[in-house]
Design a protein around this ligand. Structure first.
Ligand SMILES: NC(=O)c1ccc[n+]([C@@H]2O[C@H](COP(=O)([O-])OP(=O)(O)OC[C@H]3O[C@@H](n4cnc5c(N)ncnc54)[C@H](O)[C@@H]3O)[C@@H](O)[C@H]2O)c1
Length: 251
């Protein structure tokens, strides 16, 4: 029970990585507030996790009032917040830079960057000492994604947010780190592959895996295991770090 007695919020909790993490957090003894804008998938997640340690709350991470509502609810139900997995995100448009839609750029920045900032702004002050915030960036937060410039920009932006927040929260012994998942076998990755096919880039999985020294996809559970390490007391002195979970893609 690596998270016994801890209270956590997971955003994007109805998605592949969020749900795998919420599942692991519950198994390790945490109480978890699952936040997502997809109510149907949240309900399905609750069916699986049960209401003993978990609760779901539908919210949009781009709306400050929604964030205040879920942060207040976590304090009310659990008595405080120790872990914040600031994870909700969208892939946004997949298009060459010349054709990349202006409103699509704004949309992806609104969810992936502003949404993360708003989470930091409203949740961090409510977190207990020795807490941990984990922000989901991407390998595309550490290098350029040519057909996802908005996504790449947003995932770089959260590194700046993380560093500022880590410095600010240091005196309260709250650590803040970003994780950078690689090619995760997930609905999001499949959507990106489909969008590439529409652009005439129809390549087999091997094309992606050739860029990965390990030669395999990462699973959502493998992402969750690293998040668990960062959430647990085992990483007490780890803050301000960018941690890739990518089978060596960035090498
Ligand atoms: N899947 C991958 O290959 C991959 C790789 C690198 C990084 N990531 C990042 O991991 C995170 C989780 O992705 P995933 O693979 O689980 O994708 P997913 O699409 O399965 O899950 C994302 C979840 O976020 C929710 N969400 C989106 N916008 C929201 C909003 N405004 N308010 C509240 N909830 C919102 C969605 O409803 C969804 O349930 C994202 O930040 C994503 O960018 C994913």
């Amino acid at each position: 029970m690596r998270l016994a007695g801890k209270a956590a919020i997971v955003t994007g909790a109805a998605g592949n990585i969020g749900l795998a993490t919420a599942r692991l957090f519950v198994k390790e003894g945490a109480k978890v507030l699952l936040v997502d804008r997809d109510e149907a998938s949240l309900a399905a997640a609750m069916q699986e996790l049960g209401s003993g340690q978990a609760e779901a709350l539908a919210a949009d991470v781009t709306k400050p009032a929604d964030i205040e509502r879920y942060a207040a609810r976590a304090v009310e139900r659990f008595g405080g917040i120790d872990i914040f997995f600031n994870n909700a995100g969208i892939e946004g448009p997949i298009a060459p830079i010349e054709d990349y839609p202006d409103d699509g750029f704004e949309r992806v920045m609104a969810v992936n960057a502003t949404g993360v900032f708003l989470g930091v702004k409203h949740v961090l002050p409510k977190m207990r000492e020795w807490g941990s915030m984990i922000i989901t960036s991407s390998i595309m937060g550490l290098r350029g994604g040519v057909r996802g410039i908005g996504y790449s920009a947003s995932k770089h932006a959260v590194i700046g947010i993380m560093r500022a927040a880590a410095k600010h929260a240091g005196p309260r012994h709250i650590r803040v780190n970003t994780i950078h998942p690689g090619f995760v076998e997930s609905a999001m990755f499949r959507r990106i592959v489909e969008e590439n096919v529409k652009l005439g880039i129809d390549v087999p999985d091997e094309f992606y895996l050739k860029q990965v020294p390990f030669g395999t996809f990462v699973t959502p559970h493998e992402i969750a295991q690293t998040v668990l390490f960062l959430a647990s007391d085992e990483s007490r002195q780890v803050t301000g770090q960018t941690i890739a979970i990518d089978g060596g893609y960035l090498l």
